[in-house]
Design a protein around this ligand. Structure first.
Ligand SMILES: Cc1cc2nc3c(=O)[nH]c(=O)nc-3n(C[C@H](O)[C@H](O)[C@H](O)COP(=O)(O)OP(=O)(O)OC[C@H]3O[C@@H](n4cnc5c(N)ncnc54)[C@H](O)[C@@H]3O)c2cc1C
Length: 398
């Protein structure tokens, strides 16, 4: 793929979808956000999101990656990534609600394939239809990178389980009807050397004993996460996903794919930051009335930013293509998540530098994007955890 700030796609299907998506994001969705006064740091409500889910379903974007029998268009990973990149590059507050990242089918991820008929009918098909929404609750205050140290516990009780624990930072929590919660089975992992066993449950957030609480606000300033507090919350056995003990396999299953699919949104956002920085460098005048871009120091920064972006994008697309071909891309997925997070952060840092005080001013788009991209070095697996993964696979001779 060649370098461009507005990439064109050779694959006609991708090109057509990207064109339609750009029209929607820049037209109808931009108007909707303006009319409703929606901003990145404002408090979004379910009522703000629902019309976007429904319109995105009408346009065929919501859940577009799903197989045809579930109303999707069976996209390849590369095609889905091209769309996600456009969302990132759009600057739209509600871009996360178009393909189903915010509580929709993309948040549920691969969970569909573990669902029973009851779970499909009650939870996942309504999710695809935009009638229900979910969050994914794994992390706890003292269990982040090391998920196995989680304290949320599930105690078998009659034909079900009682869950007690406190999950933090569940994205889409404020808009969700149910959570996919992973808990340790009571009686496992308690004695020294005893291996813990984890299970995954579909938990209705209005169940007795379950509370959704406002979470800490992350540095992006967005209000799209919640705590999920479980206090002896009864969950019927029909809501257990897979078998007891399958929890982490289900939660972390397809982690390689998800790791890769988080990259295009950040690449799109970084592309927008580079574009805005170029515009700023062309129009900002410095001593002698010359534009900033006439200075070699600035030109070199811009050249490095574009080169970093091209490298990050190229490796991500190469890995996605290999994934589409059915190849094992575990090492490449770790590498892409690491390189995209680190290089996009470097690019955003220079974007702020070139914007000067404008880039440091709250309300400036580049300032927001800098904070957003900074978070990506921690979210969905920190850079250190990616390095651990690469090193482990190298050491194993993979
Ligand atoms: C905005 C936001 C949204 C989120 N959304 C969700 C969500 O929807 N669902 C969910 O379950 N979670 C979510 N999370 C949690 C996120 O996945 C965790 O923050 C992440 O996994 C890291 O865990 P931690 O923050 O506890 O850091 P820690 O695990 O405490 O790590 C702290 C530091 O130590 C390093 N470190 C830890 N272990 C190792 C190691 N073995 N080797 C080398 N270095 C190590 C880390 O790299 C990091 O630099 C979200 C978090 C945020 C901020």
């Amino acid at each position: 793929m060649t370098f461009s700030l507005r990439p064109a796609y050779d694959d006609p299907r991708t090109a057509e979808l990207v064109d339609r998506l750009r029209d929607y994001l820049d037209g109808e969705l931009a108007d909707y956000e303006r009319e409703h006064g929606l901003t990145d740091s404002g408090r979004l409500t379910r009522a703000d999101l629902e019309p976007v889910w429904h319109r995105s379903i009408e346009l065929g974007f919501y859940g577009i990656h799903l197989p045809k029998e579930h109303g999707g268009q069976d996209l390849t990973f590369s095609q889905l990534a091209a769309l996600k990149k456009e969302l990132g590059a759009s600057g739209r507050v509600l871009s996360h609600s178009v393909l189903g990242d915010m509580g929709g089918p993309l948040r549920a991820g691969d969970i569909l394939k573990h669902a029973t008929e009851h779970q499909l009918d009650t939870y996942l098909l309504p999710l695809i239809r935009g009638e229900r929404a979910c969050c994914f609750s794994l992390t706890e205050t003292d269990a982040g990178s090391d998920v196995r140290s989680m304290r949320t516990v599930a105690v078998p009780d009659g034909d079900g389980y009682r869950l007690t624990g406190h999950k933090v930072f569940s994205s889409a929590g404020p808009f969700a009807d149910f959570a996919i919660v992973v808990a340790r089975m009571a009686g496992t992992g308690e004695a020294e050397g005893d291996k813990p066993s984890f299970s995954a449950f579909l938990v209705d957030l209005d169940s007795p004993g379950c509370r959704v609480e406002d979470d800490a606000t992350p540095m992006s300033g967005e209000h799209i996460e919640s705590d999920i507090v479980l206090d002896d919350c009864y969950v019927p056995a029909a809501n257990l996903m897979g078998a007891e003990g399958d929890g982490l396999r289900i939660a972390l299953g397809r982690v390689t794919t998800n790791r890769l699919l988080h990259c295009p949104t950040v690449l799109g956002l970084t592309r927008r930051a580079l574009d805005l920085t170029l515009q700023r460098a062309r129009t900002r005048k410095v001593a002698g009335g010359r534009p900033l871009i006439s200075l070699q120091a600035i030109q070199h920064k811009l050249a490095d930013m574009a080169t970093d972006l091209y490298a990050a994008r190229s490796m991500t697309y190469a890995a996605l293509k290999a994934l589409d071909e059915g190849r094992d891309v575990r090492t490449e997925a770790f590498m892409c998540k690491l390189f995209v997070a680190e290089s996009c952060f470097r690019i955003l840092d220079e974007a702020v530098q070139i914007h000067g005080k404008e880039g440091l001013t709250q309300g400036n788009e580049v300032e927001f994007m800098f904070r957003k991209v900074r978070m990506f070095r921690v979210l969905t697996g920190t850079s250190e955890i990616q390095r651990n993964g690469i090193a482990k696979l190298l050491a194993s001779g993979t």
